[in-house]
Design a protein around this ligand. Structure first.
Ligand code: ADP
Ligand code: MG
Length: 253
């Protein structure tokens, strides 16, 4: 796929803002007229619930496509925004495909069949560095890594980068890590400023200039089954993500 930008939003940690980032960027992109596909790779299916509600329980999900090559289950969210939902079964996918040859390229091959139908595809990864995340790295042009501001923020980041380097030196030479996003930043907390300084010292330009501030609206929006752009387009979270999107587009150019 020449024109589609495929972004894996990944981290070995949960609760850092992967799903929030996928939902918000997807909503922003689609509102700008860019045809966007969200792919929920996580058995927790938070991204699916954000857009389709917690009761949405379709027969066909990403699991069927990846485990038995069923056609990709695409559901329309709104104009320019589609989603491939996840299901609890995704938790067993590792085991189901473990002995399959070329198990790392399943997702890439599925997405290739879309033939540039989308401008952007955003992959919301699970919080483990297992075979599902390797599939995402193999399918993507770019990885972005949300890091939330806590005492162990940078722990495991090197392993993630190393894994991305392994994938880019073999299965997917066109893969870049495009950046680390500082998320859940408390402006008034000294720990957060220390974490930021530490990340910028170690990872330099890899860290996006824009930070995503801690913002109560971000917590409320998914409870209403809404992304924050639909819930409150003027909140700090929406503003921060809009600034971040500009930086992401700049890096991908
Ligand atoms: N910037 C933020 N401010 C406040 N809450 C946030 C922010 N980013 C994420 N959250 C909240 O933190 C929790 C975990 O975020 P989520 O995006 O689901 O992380 P992940 O997908 O990495 O597990 C969710 O309840 C979400 O609403
Ligand atoms: Mg998530």
């Amino acid at each position: 796929m020449v024109n589609t930008k495929i972004i894996a939003i990944a981290s070995h940690k949960g609760g850092v803002g992967k799903t929030t980032t996928a939902a918000t960027l997807g909503s922003l992109l689609s509102s700008q007229g860019k045809k966007t596909l969200l792919v929920d790779l996580d058995a927790q299916r938070n991204l699916t619930s954000t857009f389709m509600g917690t009761k949405f329980n379709p027969e066909m999900t990403l699991y069927e496509s990846m485990s038995r090559k069923a056609p990709l289950a695409i559901y329309e969210v709104r104009d320019n925004l589609d989603i491939v939902p996840s299901s609890l079964d995704m938790g067993a996918l590792d085991t189901v495909i473990a002995s399959r040859i070329q198990r790392e390229t399943i997702l890439r091959d599925i997405l290739r069949s879309l033939n540039d139908e989308y401008d952007w595809i955003l992959l919301d990864c699970p919080s483990q560095m297992g075979i599902i995340t390797v599939n995402a790295f193999t399918a993507a042009n770019s990885i972005i890594v949300p890091v939330s501001c806590d005492a162990y923020a940078a722990e495991g980041l090197l392993q993630l980068i190393k894994m991305a380097e392994i994938v880019s030196s073999g299965l997917n030479p066109s893969l870049d890590i495009d950046g680390i996003i500082i998320t859940r930043f408390h402006t008034r907390r000294s720990l957060d400023r220390m974490v930021e300084q530490d990340l910028r010292e170690h990872y330099g330009d890899l860290v996006f200039p824009t930070k995503i501030r801690e913002n109560a609206t971000i917590v409320h929006a998914p409870i209403m089954s809404l992304d924050i752009i639909s819930y409150d387009p003027k909140c700090n979270g929406a503003k921060d993500y809009a600034a971040l999107l500009k930086e992401i587009e700049e890096r991908l150019r």
